[in-house]
Ligand binder design. Structure first.
Ligand SMILES: C=C(O[C@H]1C=C[C@H](C(=O)CCC(=O)O)[C@@H](C(=O)O)[C@@H]1O)C(=O)O
Length: 258
């Protein structure tokens, strides 16, 4: 799905449990930009795929196909959380396709094989719950998910958690489990060692209340000297939902620099 416009396209990649609809506010704030808004494997309409399409490489190939289908050529990629991990993967493995990359609350994966194995086990348990539970348990899963410390700041915005739970219930838990197993934080290849080879302009956007991912962003910046960091006040992990005007302003400014 893409909007009209003559500027380089903006590719927006949503997070785990989300869908391409997550970007509706951002699109409204940037009416002169053209957007490419794919659903990521296991989310929205991107379901019933071949097993390999649920991996990071498979998802990347689907994105490249979507860009080709939209005639988008080189674009500016914006990725939130899981979508940010995919955007960074694209920037490192397919740099010729990106004019720049905005990483919102994202990571390059986990550094060690031990960390990856432990995360695969915990993500595997989450996936098993998604696969084995019914509709009511999926609703409970979503409520518990948003009670994690990482998302505590969502409660400062009236009705936001309820809206996310309602919208995210439209996803298929069986498909979300496939996404988690295929391209979860523990399943994706670690990109830490590749960061020094980053050739695409990069801006990491994080919320001041998201200590974990603010730390990851500053570590990426320290390790490469190629990732600029923008910390957004009064925001947590989901910056584009909690501070939409500031997020759009950062994107406009970054788009003008790349
Ligand atoms: C809870 C952790 O990791 C998860 C948190 C965020 C990522 C995401 O895309 C969630 C988006 C949302 O719920 O708004 C997710 C991912 O990258 O796949 C992570 O599993 C954590 O503490 O690292």
């Amino acid at each position: 799905m893409s909007a009209t416009g003559s500027f380089p396209a903006v590719l927006c990649l949503h997070g785990f449990l989300g869908s391409s609809r997550d970007w509706s506010d951002l699109i409204a704030r940037l009416p002169d930009r053209r957007f490419v808004l794919p659903d990521l494997p296991g989310h929205g309409a991107a379901v019933g795929l071949a097993p390999e399409e649920y991996t990071m490489e498979g998802a990347a190939q689907r994105i490249l196909d979507a860009l080709d289908g939209a005639g988008a050529g080189r674009c500016l990629a914006v990725g939130y959380s899981m979508g940010g991990r995919l955007a960074l993967y694209l920037a490192l493995r397919h740099p010729e396709r990106l004019a720049g990359v905005l990483l919102e609350s994202a990571s390059p994966g986990l550094r060690s094989e031990g960390e990856r194995a432990a995360r695969q086990r915990s993500d595997g348990a989450l996936a098993s719950r998604l696969e084995g539970g019914g509709a009511e348990d999926f609703a409970a899963f979503l409520r518990e998910w948003h009670r994690q410390p990482l998302f505590a700041s969502l409660a400062d915005h009236a009705g936001l958690v309820e809206r996310l739970v309602r919208e995210r219930r439209e996803n298929d838990p069986q498909e979300l489990a496939r996404s988690l197993r295929g391209m979860g934080t523990g399943s994706q290849p670690s990109l830490w060692s590749e960061l020094p080879d980053l050739r695409v302009p990069a801006l990491a956007v994080v919320g001041e209340r998201d200590e974990k991912f603010a730390g990851i962003a500053h570590e990426m910046s320290r390790r490469t000297g190629k990732v600029r960091v923008a910390v957004v006040r009064e925001a947590g992990h989901n910056v584009h939902l909690e501070q939409p005007r500031e997020f759009a302003k950062l994107l406009k400014r970054f788009a003008g620099e790349v």
